[in-house]
Design a protein. Sequence first.
Length: 191
Amino acid sequence: MRQLSFFSVDARPPAIGDLAGLLCGPGQAVRFGRGGMARLSVVVADRWRVHALAAECAERGVGAELATSEEGMPLLRTAFRADLADLAARWIRGAVKAVPAGLQLDGPALRLWAAAAGRSDGRGYLFGLDPHAPDTHEPLAAAMARAGLTPVLLGPRGGGPALRVTGRRRLGRLVELVGAPPDGAATWPAD
């Protein structure tokens, strides 16, 4: 029997700040109205992901629209909301996505990141990164290391951009942090 971590998904109630997990991966934030409102959106590879993310958003009191991107991929998009403005402001520098200084990843954020862009590759568990925001890759690797999940940064030729978590101990910690798989998940961390 494992001891519950203070950083696991079940350690505290869901919060708006958990949606940072979407921005760790391919998610985008857009500000509106002099920055007083923001919208989050993420294009994902599988239909199960948008449903899992919509459920996670609903747990945080944030409604989300399910749609299809111009490329025909599943898309999740929130409305413009005032309660997303602070989150977006922390993740946007000018017009560019940037990792907030000192980002602390916990179970809820990692859960959303895994639902948005996680996959097993037979050697470990990969967290997909935003290919359009390469300056976020190393800071996210550092944040993951601070969470006890020291990853390997993979470039496009290695199946990335992604962060790969390997090793029995790290994968066990990851499973503890992200909790049980969402309904219909085709891939989820396992130790």
